[in-house]
Each structure stands twice: as structure tokens, then as C-alpha cells.
Design a binder for this molecule. Structure first.
Ligand code: ZN
Length: 296
């Protein structure tokens, strides 16, 4: 077997932990509910300890915001998250100290973007490459020249402003910072608040889905204008809803309105905005790819 790596997708509701050489050689896979930082991290460490001696490196893709600046005193921390108890948690430091392995650290969406690009697209020339998650929150990972964009902090495209027709959709939005940004209008919790039931309980023929597709399509159009991506993956708990992807593709075509003269968009939108090839493992296997990239 090839070298083994650890992968952690750290989410607000669960941590997906994986020990693997690649997607076809998964040794261990465990899901841990996200509770307090101390309890959650201890349970994560319990998953990896039996393999401690054989892990070349560990990748961590986490919910944020994160400090990704290696020169910063709080590098590797989850910083100003609204999640109770998790503000300024030294996620990487605890794991590095306990397991003694080098750590690759990035946002959960950047990890998922890396995973889809490395394992499904074989690192090919699809660049820029974008991964979107629509679930409890909305996040966007953008890969340019083979690397996730970090910049000042990291992109927060889930909070972009979108056209919001208050006649059609009087819901004010639920983002604590911007109210009716993309996440405030279209995350799972926003849908639940607007319609009075959980997104997964909304029937297929509910008007919620056309509205949801409309917001996602406007956001994707903005991403297309801004980054000219060669492929967009739509993932996440809401994003994987049966039928939503097709609604988004069609609505996106209408929003773009033939402006972007690219054959894949105009004639093969189903190959342009796609579902995650790794299913629910984009993040955890992306963390494995990040660990491999460390060269360990
Ligand atoms: Zn917002």
C-alpha cells in the first residue's frame, strides 16, 4: 500500500475523519458529531491514534472563518465563528501536538475543491475550478493556477449580495451580518425559516425549489463573470437535493442570457455545473490530497 494520510473535514455539525492512501484505499472512516471543541477534538484524535506511526501527514479542511496566514500567531485557528464555544479554537495546534504529524490546513470548501480537482478531474487543466457548498452555510472554494485562493483571509463568496425581489420573496434573510446575502437567503436554515419546515422536508413540487435555484443561479453567474471558471461543482446538504442541480443549470442559462460565449455553457451546461464526483467525501478526501501535497 502507498503512504497513509489523515483527512479531517471539520464541519459545524459533524467531523468526517478518514485514513487513506487515496479514494480506493480507505483504511478508516468515522463521523463524529460536533459538540464542544475539547470533546470533539479528543474524539477525532482517538480515530487517528491507532495509525499515528504510519501517517505521513494530516489534512484539515474546516468550517471558518479561519486564520490561514502561516506568519500569524493564531495560524491554524478557527477564529470569529458564530458557533458557540468555538471562537479562537486552536484546531491545528491540538492535532499537531497530539499526533506529531505535519498538518495542511484550509477551509472545508477549499479542501472539497482540491478533492474534486485532484481525484475526479485528475488535476487536469480545468482551471479556475470552483466548488460550492449549499447546506447549513454557503461556501465557495476557488482554485486558480492549481491552488485555492486565500488572499487577505479567504474568499467568503457565500456572503455575496444577490438580486432580492421583495414582492416575490418577502423573507428578510437570516445572515447575522448582512441579512439577505446569498447565505442569508438560500442556506438550509434560511429555507427552514422562510417556509416553516426543514429544507429536506419540502416536497419536490414546492415553490421553494425554483426560488432556491434562482438564488444559486444568480450567484453562479456572478462567479462565472468574476473568475471565468472551467468547471463548477455544486455540493452540500441542500445542493445535492434531487432535481435542484437541473433547475440551477437551466436558471443559470437564463440569467447568463447568452452573454458568455463558451460552448460548454451554451451547449453542455450539464457538464459545466456538476454534482460532486466524490459524493459526501469531497472534503475528507480533499484533506487527504492536501496532506499529500505537503510532500510528506
Ligand atoms: Zn452574509
Amino acid at each position: 500500500m502507498e503512504k497513509l494520510y489523515g483527512g479531517i473535514e471539520a464541519g459545524g455539525t459533524k467531523f468526517n475523519c478518514i485514513v487513506a492512501a487515496n479514494p480506493d484505499e480507505i483504511v478508516v472512516e468515522e463521523t463524529i458529531p460536533t459538540t464542544s471543541p475539547a470533546e470533539t477534538i479528543n474524539r477525532v484524535l482517538d480515530v487517528f491514534r491507532p495509525h499515528q506511526g504510519s501517517l505521513a501527514a494530516i489534512g484539515v479542511g474546516s468550517f471558518g472563518p479561519l486564520d490561514l496566514n502561516p506568519a500569524s500567531k493564531t495560524y491554524g485557528y478557527i477564529t470569529t465563528t458564530p458557533k458557540p464555544g468555538w471562537q479562537f479554537t486552536d484546531l491545528c495546534g491540538h492535532i499537531r501536538t497530539a499526533l506529531g504529524a505535519p498538518i495542511a490546513f484550509d477551509t472545508d470548501v477549499n479542501a472539497a475543491a482540491v478533492g474534486e480537482r485532484v481525484w475526479i478531474q485528475q488535476n487536469n487543466v480545468l482551471d479556475p475550478f470552483i466548488y460550492i457548498t449549499v447546506g447549513t452555510g454557503i461556501g465557495v472554494g476557488v482554485i486558480v493556477n492549481g491552488k485555492p485562493i486565500h488572499g487577505l483571509v479567504h474568499p467568503e463568496a457565500g456572503h455575496m449580495s444577490l438580486p432580492h425581489d421583495l414582492q416575490e420573496d418577502p423573507f428578510a434573510g437570516n445572515c447575522p451580518y448582512h441579512r439577505d446575502c446569498w447565505e442569508g437567503l438560500a442556506s438550509g436554515p434560511a429555507m427552514a425559516k422562510r417556509w416553516g419546515m426543514l429544507a429536506e422536508e419540502l416536497p419536490d413540487d414546492h415553490p421553494a425549489w425554483a426560488l432556491e435555484a434562482n438564488y444559486i443561479a444568480h450567484a453562479i453567474a456572478n462567479l462565472v463573470y468574476a473568475f471565468s471558471p472551467q468547471r463548477i461543482v455544486l455540493g452540500g446538504g441542500v445542493g445535492k437535493r434531487t432535481g435542484l442541480l437541473e433547475l440551477v443549470q437551466q436558471r443559470c442559462l437564463a440569467v447568463l442570457n447568452n452573454y458568455i460565449r463558451s460552448e460548454i455553457i451554451l451547449e453542455h451546461i450539464e457538464d459545466y455545473i456538476v454534482a460532486p464526483g466524490l459524493g459526501s467525501r469531497s472534503g475528507s478526501l480533499g484533506a487527504i490530497a492536501m496532506a499529500q501535497n505537503l510532500g510528506g
